[in-house]
Design a protein around this ligand. Structure first.
Ligand SMILES: [Zn+2]
Length: 428
């Protein structure tokens, strides 16, 4: 099965044809021809390597009413992704080889993106004893990213042991940085606005204290550490300091933390309730600057589908989290490309190359060059559209971008040369 993509602009640069043969890029150049190949007209479209998400909640097993591996995979493909890491806070928790293999198999069956299971750090995410890290690493799912996301590995001695074990497995611990003793009952960012709205605050220091502790631990044991959903200016400063000292730390920022602020809480619409919370304008500015200069390595969605009864309720009782997969690239275009902070190679680096490297994924985050796996997307950068939650592929509807006009439309996505999205629609 051969494919000829005509006139795309790799990395937004000069137009070129891309010939795909047997799942790999066979040639990139002008006026390519291939008899019998399926032709995709791509004049004016930007070609990028398929995106890689380090942080997706697919909810299966356990909450298939909110999302399944298949529906989440479809949302991911529509967003331009070819690989997603599925977080471990399912029911049952992905803390054994059996559960991570189940999620991995469901991803294979859906066949829309490579679903890469994340293994829990501790049994049941309880933060008390380490899970079967080695068995998950050795399983068919080949787990390399371990996280208790949703919960912080708060015990410093346990975090140290996790870093040591995971280092021996060639993996990385992805920490949800939240000192739980400082966020009891927290509802939004702690500041002037939380005081005025009468909502319990989540102080920036609760995130920064854990990051400071963990970069010191990672440096001490010589292990890799990844920090999930960085949300404050102080966190960016700590990461910059740690990297300057040679600590092997990487970090991600979500699309929503790049675009939205705690002002969204003013209307008490729980679609804007998220953990960590939306912060201030100054934090958003620092996050964009940190992503631009590489202090923050990656954009990760923290795609968090929730069923209506869990989300469309009073602010205080609503679950934290929001959808992200289908709009992530558009938000990055709005906040980073249209503002001149990243070019298309920069987007490819932060949304594909570096996330694939952090997750130790072969075959993703590779250049658009002959011999490489044909994992790529085609984006219409000129298109603008208003987000309609009812039109999303996700089984849930909690999009914080509802009614907002965003730039960029994913026209096609290819996984090892097979179209998962064509003309903006999923192929299965
Ligand atoms: Zn988290």
């Amino acid at each position: 099965m051969n494919l000829l993509i005509k006139g795309a602009r790799p990395y937004g640069e000069d137009a070129a044809d891309i010939l795909v043969r047997d799942g790999r890029i066979a040639a990139v150049g002008e006026d390519l021809t291939a008899t019998g190949a399926e032709v995709v007209q791509a004049a004016g479209l930007v070609a990028l390597p398929g995106l890689v998400d380090l942080h997706t909640h697919l909810r299966e097993p356990g909450r298939e009413d909110a999302e399944t591996v298949e529906t989440g995979s479809r949302a991911a493909a529509l967003g331009g992704y070819t690989a997603v890491h599925a977080m471990a806070n399912t029911d049952p928790v992905a803390d054994t080889a059996g559960v991570v293999e189940q999620v991995w198999r469901l991803g294979q069956e859906a066949g829309l993106v490579d679903v890469v299971p994340v293994g829990a750090v501790t049994v049941g995410l309880a933060g008390e004893r380490l899970a079967e890290l080695g068995a998950m690493a050795d399983s068919a799912a080949r787990v390399r990213v371990f996280s208790d996301d949703g919960h912080c590995v708060a015990d410093p001695a346990l975090m140290r042991r996790a870093l040591e074990y995971v280092k021996a497995l060639g993996g990385v611990v992805a920490q949800h940085a939240e000192e739980p003793r400082l966020t009891a009952g927290a509802q939004m960012h702690e500041g002037d606005r939380s005081a005025r709205l009468g909502l319990t605050g989540w102080p920036a220091a609760a995130e920064e204290a854990i990051i400071a502790r963990d970069v010191l631990l990672a440096g001490h044991v010589g292990a890799r550490l990844h920090v999930c959903h960085v949300s404050t200016a102080g966190s960016v400063e700590l990461l910059r300091w740690a990297k300057s000292r040679g600590v092997q730390v990487t970090a991600e920022v979500t699309p929503h933390h790049l675009l939205l602020t705690d002002a969204c809480a003013e209307g008490y619409d729980p679609v804007f309730k998220v953990n960590p919370p939306l912060r201030t304008d100054a934090d958003v500015e620092a996050l964009r600057a940190g992503l631009a200069d590489g202090t923050i390595d990656a954009v990760a969605t923290d795609h968090a589908p929730h069923a209506v009864e869990d989300k469309e309720t009073e602010w205080a009782s609503a679950r934290p989290g929001m959808l992200g997969l289908e709009q992530a690239l558009s938000v990055v275009v709005a906040t980073m490309v249209e503002t001149g902070r990243l070019d298309w190679r920069g987007v490819a680096d932060r949304m594909s190359v570096r996330p694939a490297a952090i997750g130790r994924l072969d075959g993703h985050g590779r250049p658009l060059a002959p011999g490489e796996p044909a994992n790529l997307l085609l984006l219409d950068p000129a298109a603008r559209s208003v987000v309609d939650p009812a039109a999303l592929a996700s089984r849930s509807r909690n999009s914080p971008y509802a009614g907002r006009e965003l730039p960029g439309r994913v026209v096609a996505t290819f996984l090892r040369g097979a179209a998962t999205v064509l003309d903006g629609k999923a192929t299965k």
